[in-house]
Design a protein around this ligand. Sequence first.
Ligand code: KIV
Length: 263
Amino acid sequence: MQKKMTISSIQKAKDVKKLTMITAYDALFAKLFENIADFILVGDSLNMSFAGKNDTLSATLDQMIYHTNAVCEGAKNTFVICDMPFGTYNTKEEALKNAIKVYQNTKADCVKIEGGVNKAHIVKELCDNGVAVCGHIGLLPQAFRGEGGYKIKGKDEESALSIIEDAKAIEKAGAFMIVIEGVKADVAQRVSQEVKVPVIGIGAGVDVDGQVLVFSDMLGLFEEFTPKFVKKYLDGASLVKDAVSRYKTEVQDSSFPQKIHTY
Ligand code: KIV
């Protein structure tokens, strides 16, 4: 059995081994990922791949708590990260109240919040009050409407410097790990070199301290669209459809159930 990671072992892993994060939203998949992935992220991406919405914005704190509980049940031995959904950490007071709600109602090991310099005071407030925080910088899915779309970051030096500032600000505020999304690879590499905490990339190239993928993307289960940064390790949708079609055929021609499936 793999040893459950702790904040200290996560931080010690930097420059020693690459870290693997994957999302999960239920106990079934969480159990499959247990003892393989280093951490499980209960991402607000569940609003898209699980709830069928077009973006993450309408995910609620209660939904995140429900799914985090399911994941913690399925993967009792894995470090679990609960995403704070859009609109739940706008002020220090609100952020602390909502993060405490997550801690009191789930076994999540930390929360994740999107933002850099503009959210450093929130990160500090949570960390000062005993809540572990994983930051999230670069392309921020919760800001996509405000920014007029999902935009890759770090395309010029000004943008690169601002991402590095973001990373340094949330590290100083107490974030023990940082997810960096949708950033030019050379900029993500600079970020990883500029901070002491592990930097976990998604669409940010290989020169960071680990990777995160949404499980339904990498298993090929989500068919709506496939971002450039996703590698499909399984053609899950075809496998599932093929299995269900064979089941239907066998129901229709009465070749299922057989004697071995019958009492
Ligand atoms: O919600 C999510 O799954 C995420 C990952 C894309 C990092 O935040």
